[in-house]
Ligand binder design. Structure first.
Ligand code: FAD
Length: 449
């Protein structure tokens, strides 16, 4: 490329999508710079998937230690130290932050640790005042927590702050019914907090299969998590003793020590200067792109959560890779969004791939549903009355599996392998032809009725 510009590519945002795109573009020979206003690694590494999963592991010990006695262990006094877990998790986040920074630097990508915005056709201005130019601009600015407007909403926190709390709050109110709400409900509940989930609708986890949602709800209630449905926030105020009193429609006020908003994530595109060069945005502020992640301006691309396609790390990474291969690798590549597996790291976790039963009935007409509702062996011995549910949805015409859904221990681990079979278009007969691996929970996949 002619050297008319300072860089061949300038990426705004060093998260999952931006890091992959920058690194691969540089490996293809491009001169690349990236700006990051917070920490290299982005949401997933710094304040999303990774630290969240570590808290989930930590939380699981509550039940594992309880169950251990039934397996013959005598335990001394067990105490949980939140600060120890928090600090260990944050130390690992620091390590990953360094590893991602090294990866970029080892590929010759220049990093600006400051906010960037677009100030001209090919021009980017950094918070410190420096202006640079680039042939291509990649917007990879992710999403940001949405906090509903209500008096006192500033007294609440979001998942961003949850990783830095000084203590586990004694009483937590979590607003929202999505995966982040249910995951943090499980975490805080296991750490001994009293958790109340408050949701506007009467559903949790809308995108997941109906039967699994019901199962999680029942198990969560059994574990002591309270739910308030059809409740809208009216306001939050601080009481004299430092607690938070929350008023909502349809219910009495509730006093808690922490309000966590997990009420969705919106594309992080405000103040980026996109409109100034005519880049088209959608109603939620998402950057509109074609299947190559190109905006309506030929030299501006966008990947990841800021495009509001599928807000998951592996998807942002694939979009970043496809962008770099297309633009700098001379290999036009698109991302296949069909049959993306996903999980909720609740207690117990759930995972799904493909259509729910409801979606399949609407789309296909005839469907066959198989399921296995069982108590895992480990729970039987532990005296834990918690049942797992696996559900397989098949196209009634050709037996092809169009959806697979599981709730139970290790469901996401099992799902990653099973999703390959679903993606490959296998049938129920193909699963049945595979001999069970006994004794496992996963064997239920080939024994469903
Ligand atoms: P991000 O990773 O958010 O990166 C965007 C980066 O851009 C950020 O670092 C931001 O600071 C930076 N930035 C923004 N604007 C500017 C600017 N103007 N100048 C410079 N820098 C800027 N996904 C999963 O797949 N599995 C999970 O289990 C999972 N759990 C999650 C749990 C939580 C609590 C959260 C919040 C998210 C979770 N996600 C999970 C979602 C996942 O984190 C995102 O889908 C993923 O990080 C999106 O990557 P991205 O590159 O689009 O954006």
């Amino acid at each position: 490329m002619p050297a008319d510009y300072d860089y061949d590519l300038f990426t705004i945002g060093a998260g999952s999508g931006g890091v992959r795109a920058s690194r691969v573009a540089a490996a293809h020979g491009a001169k690349v710079a990236v700006a990051e206003e917070y920490r290299v690694g982005g949401t997933c590494v710094i304040r999303g998937c990774v630290p969240k999963k570590m808290l989930v592991y930590g939380a699981h010990f509550a039940e594992d230690l309880e169950d251990a006695r039934k397996f013959g262990w005598t335990l001394g006094e067990c105490r949980f130290d939140w600060k120890a877990l928090r600090d260990n998790v944050l130390a690992d986040v620091d390590r990953l932050n360094g590893a991602y920074t090294d990866t970029l630097q080892n590929h010759g990508v220049e990093i600006f640790h400051e906010r960037a915005r677009i100030t001209g056709e090919h021009e980017i201005t950094l918070a410190g005042g420096r202006t640079v130019t680039a042939r291509y601009i990649l917007v990879a600015t992710g999403a940001t927590p949405h906090v509903p407007e209500c008096p006192g909403s500033e007294l609440g926190i979001t998942s961003n702050e949850a990783f830095h709390l000084d203590d586990v709050p004694r009483r937590v109110l979590i607003a929202g019914g999505g995966y982040i709400a249910n995951e943090f409900a499980g975490i805080f509940n296991q750490f001994g907090a009293h958790v109340t989930i408050v949701n506007r609708s009467d559903l949790i986890l809308r995108q997941y299969d109906e039967s699994l949602r019901d199962r999680l709800l029942k198990i969560s209630v059994t574990k002591g998590i309270d739910f308030r449905f059809h409740a809208e926030f009216r306001g939050i105020e601080k009481t004299d003793d430092g607690a938070l009193r929350v008023a909502m429609t349809g219910y009495d006020d509730i006093e808690v020590d922490c309000v966590l908003f997990a009420t969705g994530r919106v594309p992080n595109t405000g103040g980026l200067g996109l409109e100034s060069i005519g880049v088209e945005l959608g109603d939620k502020g998402e950057v509109k792109v074609d299947r190559f992640s190109r905006t309506n301006r030929d030299h501006v691309y966008a990947v990841g959560d800021c495009t509001d396609r599928v807000q998951l790390t592996p998807v942002a990474i694939r979009e970043g890779q496809a962008f770099a291969d297309t633009v700098f690798g001379n290999n036009p590549t698109t991302v296949d969004y069909d049959a993306i597996p996903s999980a909720v790291f609740s207690h117990p976790p759930m995972a799904g791939v493909g259509m729910t039963e409801g979606e399949a009935r609407n789309k296909l007409g005839t469907v066959k549903v198989y399921q296995s509702d069982f108590r895992p062996m480990k729970h039987v011995l532990a005296g834990r009355n918690e049942r797992s549910l696996y559900k397989m949805i098949c196209d009634g015409d050709n037996d092809r599996i169009v959806g697979l859904h599981m709730i139970g221990p290790e469901a996401p681990e099992i799902m990653q392998a099973a999703a390959i079979a679903v993606k490959a278009g296998l049938t129920k007969a193909d699963f049945d032809a595979t001999v069970a691996l006994h004794p496992t929970m996963a064997e239920e996949l080939v024994l469903m009725r």
